[in-house]
Design a protein. Structure first.
Lengths: 245, 222, 219
C-alpha cells in the first residue's frame, strides 16, 4: 500500500477495511472505498446503515476501530489536524452558536481556520448562499432553512478541497437545495471532491457521479450514474429498505 | 502562537455568548448571594461566630457556584453539535480544553469579583490582597478539573448530578487549603503563615492542569 | 486448578490471621479489646489504596491500548476496592471511638479514606451513567487516573489541616514483635483475599464479554 503514495494525490479519499464499533455494536463492518479528486459520491442507505458514522470518521470526529483511512493523501491517524484544514463538513446540526450573530459565528470560524482577510471572505460566502441581508442578525432568530444555509457558508470559508455532507438537505427548501448544488461547485478550478449522504434516492441520482448504497455497515451496491445497473440497484434498494429500519 | 490565538478566540466566543444573554451570569450571581445570605441566617449573628465560619461559607458558596458555571461550559457546545464543529476545525483537542478553561476562569473570576465585596460587606470583614490571591489560585484549580469533568458530564445521562459527584471530591484539597488560608488572611496573618496552604493549591493547579490537558482528548472523542 | 489452590491458600491464611488477631496477640494496655480492630483496619486501609492503584494502572493501560481486558481489570478492582474502603471506614470508626469518644471524627486518615470512597463512587457512577459502554469505560478510566493522582494531595491537605505533621501515619512508636507479626500476617491474608477476588471477578467479566461478542457476531 505504501507504493501508492505518489499516485495517492489522484485520490481524495482511500479507505481500506474500515470498521467502527460503538459500544458493542459494530456500526461499520469493513468498508473499502476510493474516491477520486473531483468526484461527487452520493451514499444512500436506510437509518442505522452507518452513513453518519462513516462521515464522522472521515471528518476525524471519530477514530476508526480498525482499518486505514487516507484523506487527500494524509493518514487519519497521524495528520488529523492537517486533514481538517482541507475538509468542509455540513451535517443536519449547524455548528452555529445561537446567541451570536451570523457574522460573529463566521468570524469565529475564520479565526479557527486561519482564513486570511476574514471580513472579505465572510462577505463572499454569505453572498454565495444568499444571506447577505441577515448577516448581523442573531442566529437564534433565523429560520431553520437560513441556519442551514449559514452552515454551508461556514463550511466554505476556508475553500476546502473536500466536502463531507451528512443529509444536508434536511431543512432546506427547493430553492436552497439548488443553491447548495451551485455552492458546492464554486471557486474550485479543479472540481471539489464531494461526499454526500442522503436517504432520498432521487436526490442521490440527481446530484452525484457515483452512487453507493450502505446497509448495516457494509457497501452493498456501487455504480456510476452513467452505467447505472438499474436492476441491481432496484434489488439492493428494495432489500435495504425492506430489511432496514 | 497560533495555539494561543485560537484559545483566546474560543474563550472570547464563550464570553461574547454570555454577555449577550447574561443568563448564566445572573443566575449564578443570584445563587451565590442567596447562599451567602442563607448561611448568614443559619449561623446566627454573633460577630465571633461570623469570623469563624466566614471562610467556610465563602468557599462552600464558591464551590457550588463553580459547579453551576462549569456545567454551562459544555452545555453551550452541545447545541447544534458545536463541539463537533470545534473538533472539525484544524486545532488540537487540547486547544479546545484550554480555550474552554480560560472562558470558565474568566466567568468565575467575574462572579467572585462581585461576590467578594458583598460578602465582606455582609460579614463585616476586611478584604485583602491575600484573599484575592487565594481566590484566584483556588479558582484556577477549580477550572482545571472542572472543565475536564464538564466535558465528561455533558455526555452522561444525568449531567447535573454527575458533575458535582466527580468535581467536589477531587477539589477537596483546594477547598481545605482555601478555607484555611482565607481564615488566616481574614485574621490579618502575614503571607508567611499562608504559604504552606498556598503551596498546596499551586501544586494542585499545576498537576491537574497537566493531567487534564493530557487526558482531555479521551473525553471528547467519540 | 490454580484458582482452587489460591482460594485454598487464601482461606488458610485468613483463618491463621483471624486466630492471631482474636486469640494470639496480647490485649493492648491502653485501648483494650477494641484495639484488635487495628489489625483489620490497617490492612483494609492498605488494600483500599492498592485496589485503587490497580484501577489507576488498568485505566492508563486501557486508554493507551484500548483493550477491554484492562478496563475489566480496572472496573473489577474498583468494585472490590469500594467494599474494602467501606470496611476500612467502618473499622476506622470503631477504632476511633475509644480514642476520641465519638463514632466519627475528621481526623486525617479517616477523612482521606472518606474522600477515597467518594472517588470510587464517582468512578462507578460515571460507568453506569454514560450513554454507552465504551464511553463508560473511557470516562471511568479518566476518573481513575485523575482520582488516583488526587489521593496523595488529599492526604497531605487533610494531615496539614488537622495540625499533624505529615509523616508516618500508621505507626506511632514501635510495635511489640507479637503485634508486628499479627499485623503482617493480617496484611498478607487480606492481600491474598483481594487477589483471589480480583481474579474471580476479572475472569467472570471476561466470560461475560466473550459471550456478548459471540452473540453480536451471530446477529
Amino acid at each position: 500500500m505504501e507504493g501508492l503514495n505518489s499516485a495517492s494525490r489522484a485520490w481524495a479519499i482511500q479507505v481500506q477495511g474500515l470498521t467502527k464499533s460503538l459500544g458493542s455494536h459494530l456500526t461499520l463492518r469493513g468498508i473499502d472505498l476510493e474516491v477520486r479528486q473531483g468526484e461527487f459520491v452520493v451514499i444512500f442507505g436506510p437509518n442505522g446503515a452507518g452513513k453518519t458514522t462513516l462521515i464522522k470518521v472521515l471528518a476525524t470526529i471519530m477514530n476508526p476501530s480498525s482499518g486505514r483511512v487516507l484523506v487527500d493523501g494524509l493518514n487519519l491517524k497521524n495528520d488529523a489536524e492537517e486533514i481538517r484544514r482541507r475538509i468542509g463538513v455540513v451535517t443536519h446540526q449547524t455548528f452555529l452558536y445561537s446567541n451570536l450573530t451570523a457574522y460573529e459565528n463566521l468570524e469565529f470560524y475564520c479565526r479557527m481556520y486561519d482564513v486570511p482577510r476574514g471580513k472579505e471572505r465572510i462577505d463572499e460566502v454569505v453572498a454565495i448562499v444568499g444571506m447577505t441581508s441577515r448577516l448581523y442578525d442573531r442566529v437564534g432568530t433565523l429560520s431553520r432553512g437560513m441556519q442551514q444555509r449559514l452552515s454551508i457558508a461556514r463550511s466554505l470559508l476556508h475553500k476546502p478541497a473536500i466536502m463531507l455532507l451528512d443529509e444536508p438537505e434536511t431543512g432546506l427548501d427547493q430553492q436552497a437545495i439548488s443553491m447548495l448544488r451551485e455552492a458546492l461547485q464554486t471557486e474550485r478550478e479543479g472540481k471539489r471532491t464531494i461526499i454526500l449522504t442522503t436517504h432520498s434516492l432521487e436526490r442521490g441520482l440527481e446530484l452525484g457521479d457515483r452512487l453507493l448504497i450502505l446497509d448495516k455497515g457494509k457497501i452493498v451496491y456501487e455504480g456510476s450514474r452513467q452505467a447505472l445497473d438499474l436492476a441491481g440497484l432496484k434489488q439492493a434498494y428494495q432489500h435495504s429498505t425492506r430489511v432496514g429500519a | 502562537m497560533r495555539f494561543w490565538r485560537k484559545v483566546i478566540a474560543i474563550a472570547w466566543k464563550d464570553t461574547l455568548s454570555e454577555v449577550r444573554t447574561k443568563e448564566t451570569v445572573s443566575s449564578v450571581l443570584v445563587f451565590t448571594l442567596l447562599v451567602i445570605v442563607i448561611f448568614n441566617f443559619a449561623f446566627g449573628t454573633s460577630q465571633e461566630t461570623m469570623v469563624l465560619v466566614a471562610p467556610g461559607i465563602l468557599w462552600v458558596t464558591f464551590a457550588f457556584a463553580g459547579v453551576l458555571s462549569l456545567n454551562r461550559s459544555f452545555i453551550l457546545e452541545k447545541e447544534e453539535g458545536c463541539l463537533e464543529g470545534l473538533m472539525v476545525c484544524p486545532i488540537s483537542r487540547e486547544t479546545i480544553y484550554v480555550g474552554k478553561l480560560l472562558g470558565s476562569l474568566l466567568f468565575m473570576l467575574v462572579i467572585e469579583a462581585i461576590a467578594l465585596p458583598i460578602f465582606a460587606f455582609l460579614f463585616n470583614l476586611v478584604l485583602s490582597l491575600q484573599l484575592v490571591v487565594i481566590t484566584v489560585l483556588a479558582t484556577v484549580g477549580f477550572v482545571t478539573v472542572g472543565t475536564l469533568f464538564s466535558a465528561l458530564a455533558v455526555n452522561t445521562r444525568a449531567r447535573e448530578m454527575v458533575l458535582p459527584i466527580l468535581f467536589l471530591p477531587i477539589v477537596v484539597p483546594v477547598i481545605i487549603c482555601a478555607v484555611k488560608a482565607s481564615g488566616l488572611a481574614l485574621s490579618g496573618e502575614p503571607w508567611g503563615s499562608l504559604s504552606s496552604w498556598l503551596q498546596i493549591i499551586v501544586a494542585f493547579d499545576a498537576i491537574f492542569l497537566v493531567v487534564s490537558f493530557l487526558v482531555f482528548a479521551f473525553v471528547i472523542e467519540e | 486448578m490454580k484458582k482452587n489452590i489460591l482460594l485454598g491458600l487464601s482461606f488458610v491464611l485468613m483463618v491463621i490471621a483471624l486466630y492471631l488477631v482474636f486469640v494470639y496477640v496480647p490485649t493492648e494496655k491502653e485501648m483494650g479489646i477494641v484495639q484488635r480492630i487495628f489489625y483489620l483496619m490497617v490492612p483494609l486501609g492498605w488494600l483500599s489504596l492498592l485496589a485503587f492503584l490497580i484501577v489507576f494502572i488498568g485505566s492508563i493501560l486501557y486508554l493507551a491500548k484500548r483493550e477491554s481486558k484492562w478496563d475489566i481489570l480496572a472496573s473489577s478492582s474498583a468494585e472490590i476496592g469500594i467494599v474494602f474502603t467501606t470496611l476500612a471506614l467502618i473499622t476506622g470508626s470503631i477504632w476511633a471511638k475509644p480514642i476520641w469518644g465519638v463514632w466519627w471524627t475528621w481526623e486525617p486518615r479517616l477523612t482521606a479514606t472518606l474522600v477515597l470512597w467518594l472517588v470510587y463512587l464517582a468512578y462507578l457512577i460515571v460507568r453506569s451513567y454514560a450513554t454507552d459502554e465504551e464511553r463508560g469505560a473511557r470516562f471511568a478510566a479518566v476518573v481513575g487516573i485523575v482520582g488516583f493522582i488526587d489521593i496523595p494531595i488529599v492526604a497531605l491537605a487533610t494531615t496539614l489541616w488537622r495540625g499533624m505533621h505529615p509523616g508516618p501515619i500508621i505507626f506511632q512508636g514501635g510495635l511489640a514483635p507479637a503485634m508486628l507479626l499479627t499485623l503482617l500476617v493480617s496484611i498478607a491474608a487480606f492481600t491474598f483475599l483481594y487477589s483471589v477476588l480480583l481474579i474471580q471477578k476479572v475472569s467472570m467479566k471476561n466470560d461475560e464479554m466473550e459471550m456478548k461478542r459471540l452473540k453480536e457476531l451471530h446477529s
